[in-house]
Design a protein around this ligand. Structure first.
Ligand SMILES: [Zn+2]
Length: 553
């Protein structure tokens, strides 16, 4: 018997009841039939994970043999389900150009009068320019949090021309105040707080470089994490000549920032205190910063896999996404046993999400009718390298950005059993959340909020690449309320995975997986997509959302 069979029948029965109830609404009967939800099955999910997480695929690294095998498998699956190719030149594959760069550790940063700062100990650096040698020499300007947010009437770059200058920037959001408790979403992190935003905005301002000030509190992680993630091989998309790029992107420790500002005859804490309030002007520091980045640059190509089930109005679409890449294989380490497991199977991350998405794809393919909007299924590459495949797609989309009703991203399935809640990151930001909540209620479920909004998870998965061009997007997160389990169960499962398997070769298929929750979730997300693909109006971000503005642009 299939592990999910009993629950599955119950969900179908509920869905049928719901559909009859829905028939009295304005929705035309032809579209009320919906996706073939009983085609979403536990044994199919297990079978797809079984292939994708096999050692033969060698961790599915982008532009490796294992990665290409995974892509070929996904294209074959889409073809056999009746999806048309939606990649380059009539294929299922969209080439993604990836640049790998390794900064020479001889890098130093000079600022004002005094000794230069040392790579890794004091400073990490990379360049937005993909040339072997990049030099920067410019005046340093303290720009507070480096934020330009019209919806909060906040502009840290007011009245300054940053051309040729280097910005010194605090990470995280400007803090909410007693008068404005919802300033920058209160406790939650907005995208203005992310380090990626800081570099993007400084580049838009025309700056030559940007230096972020690391503190463990503002970054939410220690300096060692900055060191580890900014040394070794860095991955990026090719710099587009049409878009501004920073010659220097650096982080410094708090001690170094204090010292640089001291050399300018000022006090960093005083500058920071002033910058917490709206209207603090940028502060030119009167010291020059200079640095040269020597780097080894290599170019590779990896593939997104994309198929489409044409709707009756193919000019509009919805898109499901689930990244298929993982970390490949590790290099042998000195002293390591010869038979050590070096394959990052990524069974949960994200063979499971891909498997769930294939099942949703199948439910749409076997539906008795087509949805109004086209249903795209995309398996992005290079998510683990910094959301590169999805960013490439957002820059080269199959339909224009405003023709997409929604993105539903699936990064990891719930394999711990049936849950009362389904967490959709970003649901509260757009009208998708209301539709999802209504659907969930029909199944006696609830759409749970992001349990840790201060950590900015919404900005860390592929759907965010699409949100950044204004497409309403949600991403499946981890449930916290498991049926028949006490509240500590979710935390135990979460901690166990994070400590023992996340981004380790041990993220392998587990014998005790329970697929019932995954089947429930995928059926709900299939229904959600169906509703969004047929809705008479396009879903939209709430007007005060940062990403609503992007869409209007
Ligand atoms: Zn991952």
């Amino acid at each position: 018997m299939r592990p999910g069979a009993f629950v599955a029948t119950g969900v179908v029965a509920l869905a049928v009841v719901a559909l009859f109830a829905q028939d009295h609404s304005s929705m035309p009967r032809a579209t009320a039939i919906g996706p073939a939800l009983d085609e979403i099955r536990a044994d199919d999910i297990a079978a797809h994970i079984g292939f994708l997480a096999d050692d033969l695929l060698e961790g599915r690294g982008p532009s490796t043999r294992g990665g290409r095998l995974a892509a070929a498998y996904l294209a074959t699956q889409l073809a056999s389900l009746g999806y048309a190719p939606a990649g380059d030149h009539g294929t299922y594959f969209q080439d993604v150009a990836i640049v790998e760069s390794v900064v020479d550790p001889s890098f130093t940063l000079a600022a004002g009068k005094g000794p230069s700062f040392t790579y890794l100990r004091d400073v990490v650096a990379s360049s937005g320019l993909q040339e072997p040698r990049v030099s920067v020499d410019g005046e340093l300007v303290f720009v507070g949090h480096g934020v330009v947010a019209p919806e909060y009437k906040w502009n840290d770059y007011a009245g300054i021309d940053m051309k040729g200058k280097v910005a010194l920037i605090m990470v995280n959001d400007p803090p909410a105040t007693a008068d404005e408790p919802q300033l920058f979403a209160g406790r939650a992190m907005t995208y203005y707080g992310r380090w990626t935003y800081k570099y993007e905005e400084a580049a838009r301002q025309g700056a030559a470089g940007a230096i972020l000030i690391h503190t463990p509190e503002s970054a939410t992680y220690p300096w060692q994490v900055v060191q580890a993630s900014w040394s070794g091989t860095l991955y990026s998309l090719p710099a587009a000549s049409s878009e501004p790029a920073l010659a220097l992107r650096a982080w410094v420790t708090n001690d170094v920032a204090v010292e640089i500002v001291r050399r300018a005859g000022q006090d960093l804490d005083a500058l920071r205190a002033a910058a917490r309030r709206r209207g603090a002007p940028p502060q030119p520091l009167g010291v020059r910063v200079s640095a040269t980045i020597n780097q080894r640059v290599q170019r590779r190509t990896a593939q997104n896999v994309i198929g489409v089930l044409a709707g009756t109005n193919p000019k509009e679409g919805i898109i499901y996404s689930a990244h298929y890449d993982h970390l490949g294989m590790s290099e042998p380490k000195p002293g390591e046993q010869a038979d050590a497991d070096r394959i990052y199977n990524g069974a949960v991350d994200n063979a499971s999400g891909v498997a769930g998405t294939l099942e949703v794809a199948q439910a749409f393919a076997r539906a008795p009718t087509r949805a109004r909007r086209s249903v795209y299924v995309m398996f992005p590459t290079a998510e683990e390298s910094g959301l590169l495949g999805s960013a490439w797609f957002a820059a080269h989309p199959a339909l224009p950005a405003d023709a997409w009703a929604a993105n539903i991203n699936i990064d990891g399935l719930n394999l711990a059993g049936p849950a009362h809640d389904v967490v959709l990151l970003g649901a509260e930001r757009s009208s998708i959340g209301d539709v999802a909540s209504e659907l969930a209620a029909r199944h006696q479920r609830v759409v749970g909020p992001d349990p840790e909004p201060e950590r900015g998870y919404f900005f860390r998965s592929d759907h965010f690449s699409l949100a950044k061009v204004g497409i309403p997007a949600v991403s499946a997160g981890e449930s916290v309320d498991f049926i028949g389990k006490d509240p500590s169960f979710a935390k135990r499962m979460h901690d166990d995975y994070n400590e023992r398997r996340y981004h380790q070769p041990s993220d392998e298929i587990q014998g005790d997986w329970n697929f019932e929750g995954a089947v429930q979730d995928m059926r709900l997300l299939a229904e959600l997509g169906w509703r969004l693909a047929n809705a008479s109006t396009m879903p939209a971000y709430h007007p005060d959302e940062q990403f609503a503005r992007l869409r209007r642009r």
